[in-house]
Design a protein around this ligand. Sequence first.
Ligand code: CAA
Ligand code: NAD
Length: 283
Amino acid sequence: MQSKKIMVIGAGQMGSGIAQVFAQSHFQVKLNDISEEALTKGLNTIEKSLNRSVKKERISQQDKTDTLERLSTTTKLSDAFDCDLVIEAVVENMDVKTKVFGELDKITADHAILASNTSSLPITEIAAATHRPEQVIGMHFMNPVPVMPLVEVIRGLATSDETYQAIDQTTKALHKTPVEVNDYPGFVSNRVLMPMINEAIYTVYEGVATPESVDEVMKLGMNHPMGPLTLADFIGLDTCLYIMEVLYDGFGDSKYRPCPLLRKYVKAGWLGRKTGRGFYLYD
Ligand code: CAA
Ligand code: NAD
């Protein structure tokens, strides 16, 4: 399958990036969100990103116009009826995701593949909300989507080889690199990354160092492009907490306990860059 008509569900920081890279690779893209405001914001982000690429002479003005013409927005999930592939990028919550997948199963054509950009939730459980678990798969993009070359492709228990091959090919058509992993909490990326971020939060919580110092240590000492607390703000502290909870519940091991300071920030609504405040302040 070379999916040409796709829908991206959720126009937040990931969904807008995913929609952009598909449209730039000549797919017809419908971007869906429950919120009109999120759709407007998502489209603005895409335009800004394309403008930056035009300015840097990576793409022409015509490429930008053509990309935007391949993109449309909708608040109606039922518009997925003629799509070959749907990629879900809504909030990291199993109830919300299974509801979306249950509805998609009824709306979409029999051949359509349903993919989730979940950071950590079991693909097998998401797939069980449909009558086509063999056509459900994880397609985990990294943030910022237009820049990061990896797509972690996660096989659920029932995912067919045909579905896997289709997503492998689609990922390559986006000029990204697929890496195959099996369905365990946090997959590979967040099982390795998120405990490091959580531990960095513990060092602040325990007064070992300030956020600035922790980030400086990891940037200058380990050559990380951004420190773990800046990265946590960038990912979203709500998403970081959801992922730690999935690891903690999934493995039942105390080494994955979310730091109380992370919980406190999320309860306060300090979710990082997207709300203007996390470990740092943003305009
Ligand atoms: N959207 C589009 N393009 C962006 C961008 C964005 N949000 N942010 C930066 N860029 C582009 C810039 O235009 C620039 O492009 P050129 O090199 O072609 O000029 C390039 O990225 C580098 O940007 P900058 O020079 O402004 O900044 P930088 O060198 O500090 O790089 C960064 C920015 C690429 C984000 C870098 O800091 C980085 O790699 N950070 C770590 C990112 C990371 O770890 N991502 C994974 C998060 S975990 C995840 O996604 C999984 C999960 O489930 C939570
Ligand atoms: P976000 O909060 O920026 O965006 C989520 C969007 O989903 C919002 O615009 C919201 O209005 C919309 N939404 C919520 N319920 C919906 C529904 N039922 N139908 C349609 N739209 C709905 O979140 P994000 O950071 O883009 O994360 C989205 C997904 O991607 C999560 O599963 C997350 O774990 C995963 N992810 C996040 C990152 C990251 O760095 N933030 C990286 C990789 C994967």
